[in-house]
Design a binder for this molecule. Structure first.
Ligand SMILES: [Zn+2]
Length: 222
């Protein structure tokens, strides 16, 4: 038995050795498979967490979409159009305000009439400056209004500087900007002579309606 067992044991041990490799390989495969399975399981968990994060990001992407409607509110261009600011034409005392719905007595003409302008008194020779940029449209002289310069602005408005001396500083067609000297105060015009030498400033809107110049002055200039 021993003789027969020995070779059998040897054979068996040889088989065991061979089986051990196989077993080791199987164990390794099982181990690898287990590791792979665990790895996938972990990845799934992590994947779920990432998915949760991505779902959290989507609402944040929708938030900017919800902010789009406010962007559609664009009243700013209108505000820019309305933002016409005049600089003062000269330093002086206000001797006449805009009055288109009430009659003002004109001592010079001895009559009641509307006064659709803004009057600033100053000594003769005082420089009158452009209140808003534009182009000189016309320069005329009359007994009543003295020398009168009309400046046309890009928005269609016009500013009219009346009761100036004939020695104006601009020519027809000349581009003028805010602060440019247009002419000088004089005692030429007669229709408001009772107020003394002064600038009679009118503002016409794009439709030719006379409007109150004061509304365009900065508060500090009024
Ligand atoms: Zn006036």
């Amino acid at each position: 038995m021993e003789k027969t067992n020995k070779p059998k044991n040897q054979k068996f041990s040889n088989f065991i050795k061979k089986n051990l490799y196989l077993i080791l390989m199987i164990v390794c495969v099982i181990a690898i498979a287990t590791m792979v399975a665990v790895t996938y399981a972990v990845k799934r968990k992590n994947g779920e967490e990432i998915v949760d994060v991505s779902f959290e990001e989507q609402p944040t992407q929708q938030t900017p979409v919800n902010t789009d409607p406010p962007v559609e509110i664009e009243p700013e261009p209108v505000a820019i159009v309305e933002e016409v600011l005049f600089s003062i034409p000269l330093e002086g005392e206000t001797v006449g305000v805009f009055a288109n719905d009430t009659l003002v007595y004109n001592a010079t003409l001895n009559q009641w009439a509307t006064h659709e302008a803004y009057d600033v008194a100053a000594e003769a020779g005082t420089e009158v400056k452009c209140v808003y940029g534009g182009k000189v449209e016309s320069i005329t002289t009359s007994v009543l209004r003295g020398t009168e310069v009309v400046v046309l602005h890009e928005n269609g408005m016009k500013t009219i500087y009346s009761l100036l001396g004939s020695d104006v500083n601009v020519t027809i067609g000349q581009s003028v900007k805010k602060g440019d000297v247009i002419g000088k105060i004089a005692e030429t015009g007669t229709f408001e002579k009772h107020k003394g030498p002064h600038l009679h400033l009118e503002v016409w809107d794009k439709d030719g309606e006379k409007i109150d110049p004061v509304q365009f002055f900065e508060s500090s200039d009024k």
